[in-house]
Design a protein around this ligand. Structure first.
Ligand SMILES: [Zn+2]
Length: 299
């Protein structure tokens, strides 16, 4: 265990060389009401300080590879329990009903960060839906991208062809996951009028197909299919919002991507965990490359 007071350089060296370690953030004279536990990689306690100019002047940092050691220190030396940072340790807590996973992850005090992370997430959010569909415990499997052919020509390719594991019926599926967009107005589906800004022709076709499956010919992987309606996947879904959307639009079911993630974590779905870990590793590789000195031959 190491304690850093007035030693930003030593502290930053420690977190850089102990990425799997833990850090307690406390007041200069530790107060049992404020002992915050972070992972050493947490963005709120590394890099350039957001508040004040130093990491270890107004606050001190107590660091260890061993989380238990820090929790014991807090109880014995400060007389309080540690609180877990919601950014680096709290995101997967299921008991936390006030903030949803997405709200905790994408709605921080730093808009630039939230926009960045929302975009990164958007690159692979469809893959998460597919991973959920591949798990036999989910309610639908996915047959691939469906294409709707209007009777007058043209076509619209959508995201998923959901097949109910219970009934075998097919549904055309579309994912809409806008997180920080326009001040989080679309993060959680609470009312049917949130669909109004989705005025692209493919989404219009999706809504029309939800009401009238005879209005388009459907093909999946080049083969004609018939479907019983549409399923919308949204980032985070309020149950009342889902009911309102179903009643007003004729959409058969509204699924939440946030709930799919909770399911996959609860089911310990290995393919999902590998998908997430690979992307974490790729980001790490990119940002490590950006911080590295130029290769020797170029100097
Ligand atoms: Zn943290």
């Amino acid at each position: 265990m190491k304690r850093f007071e007035g030693d930003d350089r030593g502290y930053l060296e420690w977190v850089n060389s102990n990425p799997t370690g833990f850090v307690l953030n406390c007041n200069r004279s530790p107060d049992p009401n404020y002992i915050m536990l972070h992972r050493a990689t947490c963005w709120t306690i590394t890099g350039a300080p957001t508040r004040g100019e130093h990491w270890t002047v107004d606050y001190i940092k107590v660091c260890s590879q061993d989380r238990m050691e820090l929790e014991t220190w807090a109880q014995k030396k400060v007389g309080g329990d540690v609180r877990s940072c919601s950014f680096c340790l709290g995101a997967m807590r299921r008991s936390d009903s006030v903030d949803s996973l997405f709200e905790m992850t994408f709605d921080s005090a730093i808009p630039e960060r939230d926009k960045f992370l929302s975009r990164v997430f958007g690159i692979f959010s469809e893959e998460i839906v597919r991973a959920w569909c591949r798990n036999p415990r989910s309610s639908y499997n996915d047959l691939g991208r469906p294409t709707l052919y209007p009777l007058g020509g043209g076509h619209y390719t959508l995201d998923f062809t959901f097949r109910s594991r219970q009934t075998g019926q097919l549904y055309v599926g579309e994912l809409k996951c806008e997180l920080e967009f326009q001040g989080y107005r679309y993060l959680r589906l609470v009312a049917v009028d949130q669909l109004n800004h989705l005025n692209k022709r493919a989404f219009r076709a999706f809504l029309r197909f939800a009401r009238d499956q005879g209005s388009y010919n459907l093909k999946v992987a080049g083969k004609p299919k018939s479907a019983a309606g549409c399923i919308l996947v949204w980032g985070s879904v309020d149950p009342k919002g889902a009911e309102a959307v179903k009643a007003t639009t004729g959409i058969h079911d509204v699924l939440s991507l946030e709930q799919m993630i909770e399911d996959l974590v609860e089911w310990r779905d290995q393919a999902y965990l590998e998908l997430v870990r690979a992307r974490a590793r790729w980001c790490e590789e990119l940002f490590t490359a950006l911080e590295m000195a130029s290769p020797p031959h170029s100097t």
